[in-house]
Structures are given as C-alpha cells and as structure tokens.
Design a protein around this ligand. Structure first.
Ligand SMILES: NC(=O)c1ccc[n+]([C@@H]2O[C@H](COP(=O)([O-])OP(=O)(O)OC[C@H]3O[C@@H](n4cnc5c(N)ncnc54)[C@H](OP(=O)(O)O)[C@@H]3O)[C@@H](O)[C@H]2O)c1
Length: 329
C-alpha cells in the first residue's frame, strides 16, 4: 500500500520524514473558511491530522525518532504529501494504521470531553448525536464502558446496525423515526448527558430533553458549517430558564484547550484498541461515488461524502506519494 510523507523537524536544520494517511474532520471546512484562525491569510495549508513513517531526520530529531518509526500528528497543514512536523508534536504509534489516525482528533475529543465534562455515572442515560461518525462512535463506546444507557442518532439503518454492534442501547435513525417522540418515550425522566455535534434544531431538542442536573456538551454544530456564518439558527431566548428549572448545564468543548489531557487520552485509547476493547471504524470511501479516497485530489470528495451524511466511522484519505529514499536535509 502506498503511503503519504511527512517531514518532522526539531529545528530548521534537523529534520525527518514519514509516510501517511490523512483524516477528514467536519471542521476542515471551518478551518479553510478562516474561522479557526482569523489571522490566517490565504494561501495556507489545510488538514488537521496525518499518520505515516519516518523516512529521514536531522540530528536533533534523531534523539527522539529513527528512520522507519511510525508516527502520527495533530496539527494544521496535514493535507500534503510531505509535511514538516515539530518532533515534540509527533506521536509515536505502533503502526501506520488509519485506526490510530481515528484516535488523534475524533477519539481524543470523545475521551477527554466525556471524562472532563460528562461526569458520567453508571445507570445514567447518554444521548450522542452524529453517533455513527468519527467522534460519535467513540462517545458511544466510552459511555457504554462507563455503564450508561446510550441513545445514538444517525441517518440510516446501516448506521443504526453499526451503533447496535458498538453496544448502543437505542440507535435512532432520525430519517425513519421522529427523534423528539422517541426521546419522550424512551427517556421520560430526561437525558443525563448529551454529546452534541449537530446544533440548530437538534440542539434545541437536546436542551428540551435534559434531565434534572443534566449536562449538555457542545462538541460542534455541523448543521451550520456550510452556511455563510458557520452557525445554525438557535432560538436561545428561553435557554436560561430551561437550564435553571432543571439545574442543568451546557458546556463547550474544544480539543486544543485540553492538550494537557491529550497524551493520556491517546495512550489509554491505544491500549483499549490493542486489547480489542475499542472499535475504531474507518471509512475509506469504498462505497462513495468515484470509489476509495486515494490521493490528495480526493480530499474534496471525502469532505462532500461526510457532508452528505454518508460516512460510517472516521473518514480517511490514503495519500499516494512518489517513493522516496533517505533524505539528507
Ligand atoms: N470540539 C472539538 O474539539 C471537536 C473535535 C472533533 C470533532 N468535533 C465536532 O464533532 C462533530 C462530528 O465531527 P466528525 O469530524 O467526527 O464528523 P463525522 O461525525 O464523522 O461526520 C459528520 C456526521 O454528522 C452528521 N450530520 C448530522 N447533521 C448533519 C448536517 N446537517 N450536515 C452534515 N452532517 C450532519 C452526519 O451523520 P448522520 O447522517 O448519521 O446524522 C455525518 O456523517 C462536528 O460537529 C465537529 O465539528 C468537535
């Protein structure tokens, strides 16, 4: 299998190369639209994560890595065949497997958000929206591991079957059934924790469905990302009274603000994966129009595929670089 190249460095004169896959994230289009870093002026590199193999390195980097090491990284500019990455930002991984790539942003987000903001307790009910996607799949599994009853939303029966296979107690295919009605029937006492990625009317429904002392974690609001503002409509006028009457809370989560928890999260999830206790579902786009996502030119197809709600698990693009031998940088 051909792979993608990154260049890792400690300083300008000390560098190393690796080969890799890149991951697609819902926020790629937010980043490209300049919503993440308003000081960025085009042209700038897009892409948030990659995984590959070291193929060359400078002297400083050689104290941390060797040619042939497999590494991953979470940072901007990942959509490239060759990338320079500071050695301290590179994460050693056991193999160049896209399953590890799925942990870098999607998995770490679910792990840290649930741990730090979820206050999950055994027997509680957790609602995960976009549950069969990149990050949702991990939220479902982690909530199940915490002994919670999990309801997960998705848009097809195939995704609902996948959620069932992850242990999700009540997958809800909202294209076929009314989510509001199902939540009323399934959770008469309300939902204790919501891992919410969609925003707009789904967020409003989730707020209305909170239990007393419920916690809603704002992970994203994908339903608005393709609009000019990037935000979906939300009538928040009655939000204070709704939260107060239930002593409920809403908390935002943004992974770059929790980097202190990052290494522990990755290492813990890698161990779970190695022991067969965590599924990292990867979608290569085999069922997409045009077939598997191979080469940087397929990034746009992969993004469209995700925004059409077609993906099951983490969307990845395999980058096929020209072959390169050891470099003397
Ligand atoms: N806060 C953070 O640090 C952080 C980090 C990573 C991700 N996120 C957020 O987590 C969410 C999921 O991101 P991801 O990269 O893991 O994507 P993903 O879940 O793999 O893919 C997006 C999924 O969202 C669902 N969706 C629901 N309404 C949609 C709409 N109106 N348009 C498009 N898709 C819709 C679709 O699944 P169904 O069709 O099955 O509903 C789609 O498959 C996003 O909101 C993202 O911004 C946040």
């Amino acid at each position: 299998m051909e792979r993608f190249l990154l260049l890792i460095y400690i300083s300008r004169s000390f560098s190393l190369f690796v080969l890799s896959f890149v991951g697609i994230n819902a926020s790629d289009i937010n980043y490209s639209a300049g919503r993440y870093d308003r000081s960025l002026k085009p042209p700038f590199d897009a892409g948030l994560e990659g995984i590959g193999e070291v193929v060359g390195l400078g002297l400083s980097a050689s104290s941390h890595f060797a040619v042939g090491d497999t590494v991953a990284y979470f940072g901007s500019g990942a959509f490239a065949e060759y990338t320079v990455v500071p050695a301290k930002e590179s994460v050693p991984v056991p193999a160049v497997k896209p399953e590890f790539l799925a942990l870098l942003v999607s998995g770490a987000t679910a792990y840290i958000a649930m741990k730090r903001l979820g206050d999950l307790a055994e027997g509680q009910t957790v609602l995960v929206t976009a549950a069969a996607g990149g990050t949702g799949q991990f939220a479902v599994q982690l909530a199940k591991q915490a002994g919670c009853r999990v309801i997960g939303t998705c848009s097809s029966d195939e995704k609902a079957g996948f959620l069932k296979s992850l242990g999700c107690d009540r997958p809800v295919n909202y294209a076929a059934e009314d989510l509001a009605k199902t939540l009323r029937e399934e959770c008469p006492q309300g939902v204790d924790v919501v891992y919410e990625s969609v925003g707009g009317s789904v967020l409003e429904l989730a707020v209305n469905s909170l239990a007393t002392k419920g916690r809603l974690i704002v992970i994203g609001f994908i339903s608005g990302y393709q609009t000019a503002s990037g935000f979906p409509k939300f009538s928040g006028g009655t939000l204070p009274v709704k939260l107060l009457q239930k002593s409920a809370s809403m908390r935002g989560f943004f992974l770059p603000h929790f980097l202190g928890d990052y290494r522990e999260a990755l290492s813990s999830m890698m161990q779970m994966f190695a022991k067969g206790k965590l599924v990292c579902e990867v979608d290569y786009g085999d069922s997409a129009q045009g077939g598997r996502f191979v080469g940087l030119e397929s990034v746009f197809r992969a993004v469209d595929y995700m925004y059409a709600g077609k993906n099951l698990g983490k969307v990845v693009v395999e980058v096929a670089p020209p072959s390169v031998s050891n470099s003397k940088l």
